[in-house]
Design a protein around this ligand. Structure first.
Ligand code: AMP
Length: 422
């Protein structure tokens, strides 16, 4: 079915066509008519399904029909700054032929320009909870005109401890409004939140939640923890990868790995919650433009990142929560494309791998680990802020083989490591 049959106004259909979208995705097909009809919606959909357009388009349509004042008439709450910025950017694209005024507010940056923007008038506001409550507390924001409320990535909101903030926000909204809730997973807490928030909702479920996972080529390598970075560097160089998103479990781990990859000559940046907003935006844009090859991220920082045609995702460490695996690999193979997700599995991560396989209802293919070079860190290497990882001490004798493709693997040369077994 073409977009034109979803009941969208011509200026929205035009913007959609300019984005190059030919047909609606399943979530759009189901959600757009329901939202246009004014229904509350509970949608089970993860990033990459086209969920943003599924709620932004019909809301833009409703806004264009109503009378604009100064206060926002639609509010989208997101868990992270990146997602807020991305949703606002999409809304600006989709709303480019309408007069809708779109504002975005999140923490980590100066509040004054946000206050000024809201004063100038806003129809659709995209916000993270903390800054939203700040602005409301300072009376810089009036939420009483909100008629459409979207809770995006509700599961992640709860994971991040935003339940109290959400309740506070809800108190500031008028009783009569349309509510849309998006969540990639359903826990009891999510169901409870949905029960409180939504009135007679239309439930929309796009495919089982591992549908994206099915389109992604998934590989796992067994590798000792201390050799992971060498294997990763090898995979990046040997495979000629130009864009890879690497997940670590901790901020500290992200920093350390970024420094190690950079030291071995791979253009790398890290993004996580301790980085300033500006540093995160810069890293992301350099990654998107191809200036940076590897972006090392924590789960939370990478949530909702939309990088077009991201070819590789690496689970440097397996996530503790198996659902996060699906979120992570959903960064690749977006909107129908193909992608490759690679997991580096240390001996003590076998249990986590089992949990993931249980969720996916299939086993992950263990690929024979390729031979790779384990390097000693040169003593003169710049000392990272965090304690440097100990150089690995492989039990194998030093390599006699020439280094692959003549690249330098560190001033002290390297050793080969690898196994032909799975
Ligand atoms: P989302 O799930 O909202 O993060 O969207 C994932 C990606 O799909 C974004 O890059 C969108 O630009 C893209 N997208 C959204 N709707 C469509 C569509 N109908 N056809 C093709 N791509 C789309």
């Amino acid at each position: 079915m073409p977009f034109t049959e979803l009941g969208l106004a011509p200026e929205l259909s035009r913007a959609v066509a300019e984005q190059g979208y030919e047909t609606p995705t399943p979530i759009q097909l189901q959600a757009i008519p329901a939202v246009i009809a004014g229904r509350d919606v509970l949608a089970g959909a993860q990033t990459g399904t086209g969920k943003t357009a599924a709620f932004v388009l019909p809301i833009l349509q409703a806004l264009a029909q109503g009378a604009a004042g100064r206060a926002p008439r639609a509010l989208v709450l997101t868990p992270t700054r990146e997602l807020a910025a991305q949703v606002a950017e999409s809304a600006r694209q989709y709303g480019r032929h309408t007069k809708t005024r779109i504002c975005v507010v999140f923490g980590g940056v100066s509040i004054n320009p946000q206050i000024d923007a809201l004063r100038a008038g806003c129809d659709l506001l995209v916000a993270t909870p903390g800054r939203l409550l700040d602005l409301a507390g300072q009376r810089a924001l009036d939420l009483r005109e909100v008629r459409h409320f979207v809770l995006d990535e509700a599961d992640r909101m709860l994971d991040m401890g935003f339940i109290h903030a959400i309740r506070q926000v809800l108190k500031l909204l008028p009783e009569r409004r349309q509510n849309l809730m998006f969540s990639a997973t359903y826990s009891d807490d999510i169901r409870e939140l949905a029960r409180r928030l939504l009135r007679d909702p239309v439930s929309v479920e796009v495919a089982p939640r591992n549908a994206t996972a099915d389109r992604v080529e998934q590989r796992a390598y067994r590798v000792p923890k201390e050799h992971k970075r060498h294997l990763l560097a090898h995979l990046i160089r040997d495979g000629g990868w130009h864009q890879v998103l690497v997940f670590t479990r901790t901020k500290h781990g992200a920093n350390r790995l970024a420094e190690q990859l950079a030291a071995s000559g791979i253009a790398t940046a890290a993004i996580h919650g301790n980085k300033s907003q500006n540093a995160r935006v810069r890293a992301l844009s350099e990654f998107k433009s191809g200036k940076i090859t590897a972006l090392v991220a924590t789960e939370v920082a990478a949530r909702g990142l939309d990088i077009k045609e991201l070819p590789f995702v690496v689970n440097y460490e397996l996530p503790n929560v198996p659902e996060d695996y699906v979120h992570r690999i959903g960064r690749t193979a977006r909107a129908g494309g193909a992608g490759c997700a690679i997991s580096l599995v240390a001996p003590d991560e076998g249990g986590l791998l089992k949990d993931i396989e249980r969720l996916l209802r299939r086993s992950l293919q263990i690929t024979a680990t390729p031979e790779f070079v384990v390097t000693q860190e040169p003593r003169s290497a710049p000392r990272p802020a965090a304690p440097p990882a100990r150089a690995s001490q492989p039990k194998h004798p030093p390599a006699r083989h020439p280094r692959p493709s003549g690249r330098s693997f560190g001033s002290q040369g390297g050793r080969r490591f690898g196994s032909s077994r799975g």
